[in-house]
Design a protein around this ligand. Structure first.
Ligand SMILES: [Fe+2]
Length: 265
């Protein structure tokens, strides 16, 4: 039998006479830190509220400006809202991640013509067709619009769409004559929605085009003015959703069949 090894004697804790005071001090520090943290959070919540309010004010100003341009430009009332609502809905159908990644994308649809603020009134409001020189000036509005919006960081998701909203799929658009998939997807979506709304709206010089005829026109433009895949998804969307040419929608109306689905063949 082996004798157990005797264990060394373990010294007990040495009582430090200053310990209670240090402990007390730590509790005071912890309380003070907690209070500082609470104050910082309140301050940061207040800053967030101020920032949100600034963003709202800025957006309201931009939207008013866009509506003033809309009135001068004699665009049909509600065009901007419809373009935004249906544009975002179409973008979501094509690539949900596009909309999720850029929550302010919808403002790009609404503010697409904001650059017209930089176009002289005698050109913007001219009765009758523009001459070549006037067209050259008018064609600057996408670039001016992108320059206006670019410094506003919370609208960064809208800049690309504003700059490229007059590009055409075959490369004959402006300002950069981009072709096919070089054109940002949001701008390809915009082109279809904008043209469809323009055709189906009442204009001073003509009545609204029937939805089915307008859709045929859009299909005819696939590959030239429009991205064929965007046209395909768009046709599917308006066969499933309503497209109200009179109302100013705040959100996409509930699904109902607005036009008869096209027959195969
Ligand atoms: Fe435009």
């Amino acid at each position: 039998m082996i004798d157990p090894i005797p264990s060394p004697s373990v010294p007990g804790p040495i009582a430090d006479p200053e310990m209670p005071a240090v402990h007390e001090q730590l509790i005071v520090f912890a309380r003070e830190l907690g209070e500082l943290y609470r104050l910082e959070r309140a301050r940061s919540a207040e800053l967030e509220r101020v920032l949100a309010s600034l963003q709202e004010t800025y957006l309201a100003t931009m939207k008013s400006l866009a509506q003033v341009i809309e009135a001068k430009d004699r665009t049909t009332r509600g065009h901007l809202e419809r373009t935004q609502t249906y544009g975002v809905a179409l973008a979501r159908r094509i690539a949900p991640s596009l909309v999720d990644a850029s929550p302010t994308l919808g403002y790009g649809f609404f503010l697409h013509d904001i650059g017209k603020v930089g176009i002289p009134e005698h050109i913007l409001c001219k009765e009758g067709p523009l001459d070549d020189g006037e067209w050259e000036v008018m064609r600057r509005h996408p670039v001016i619009g992108a320059q206006i919006i670019a410094p506003i960081s919370f609208l960064s998701g809208a800049v690309e769409l504003i700059r490229h909203h007059h590009e055409r799929f075959d490369g004959s658009g402006y300002p950069d004559a981009l072709r096919g998939e070089e054109i940002p997807l949001t701008a390809r979506v915009f082109a279809v929605v904008d043209a469809f709304d323009a055709m189906t709206s009442e204009r001073p010089y003509r009545g609204p085009m029937q939805l089915e005829r307008a859709l045929d026109e859009i299909r005819r433009g696939a590959g030239a003015q429009f991205d064929p895949e965007v046209v395909r998804v768009f046709a599917q969307m308006i066969e499933e959703e309503s497209w109200d040419t009179d109302e100013v929608p705040e959100e996409l109306p509930p699904a109902r069949t607005a036009i008869a689905p096209q027959r195969a063949g």
